[in-house]
Design a protein around this ligand. Sequence first.
Ligand SMILES: [Mn+2]
Length: 316
Amino acid sequence: MTLDNILEEIKKANSIVIVTHESPDGDAIGSSLAMELALRSIGKKSDIIIPEYPRIFNFLPNAKNVKDKSDLKKYDLAISLDCTDLRRINGKEYFEEAKRTIVIDHHGTNSMYGDINFVNPVAPACCEILVGMFTYFNIDINQEIGTCILTGIITDTGGFKYQSVTAETFEFTAELLRKGVNVSEIYQTALETRTMANFQLLKKTLNRMEILENGKVTFTYITNQDETEVNAEPGDHEGLVEIGRDIEGVEISILLRQKDNEDKYKVSMRSKNYVNVSDLCYIFGGGGHPKAAGCLVQGTVEQIKEKLLREIRKVL
Ligand SMILES: [Mn+2]
């Protein structure tokens, strides 16, 4: 059984590193921090490497343990959480150098790049996979671990509103409430608080937003210059792509974010009902979930818009 193998690898390892995807969101952060706490509770020390840690997640119990990099280059074991493929890992050198590797994820497009892969595309969040895993390992999900896990679940489900949410999600949340996890604090901090830079970026994206394809697609973008102007920090673009999708009649929303001051953009896509944006992004070398996905595309804003629309028209 894969879970037994995972526990065996953890027990064998003298040094463990935890990594996750670039532009880490609440699920990436929550699952990484929960893993560190869980390992510690069974006597295993581990390093969490998350460059670009978004400051809104500073409220999490072990946020202070997060590092940008490590002096140790070769770990016995690397655990990747919430990340579809090797290229997307922030700090992938630690994963590549590690003697053994484990991948835990909930993306259907996961490329199974670990020695052991535990991927469940039905789980609404990587954090929810950890609930079952820790329970199997007999690790007590205490208030601290629960806070990290629930942060991932709340952010990846948009506050329990996506169809991926199951009865178990609520049952588990109820259990955590009984253990003293502050659900409303997590909700407010991780989901409803906007940084000033995020608000300034929101104004820019709204001003530029185009409504295309008879009102079924919205398109907008931010450049490196925008991010400099508003003193954006990692995570400050969160939530911008969803704004377009929430407009009546819109099926797909698109946000472009410039990469490294060149003609290269990180594309984020969301869909509302029937379009699988993971399939669309896959065409451009990316992927994700059916209703939330991304890819990296070369070109100017206009060129990329045309490239994307050509594919989008086929599925609208
Ligand atoms: Mn996730």
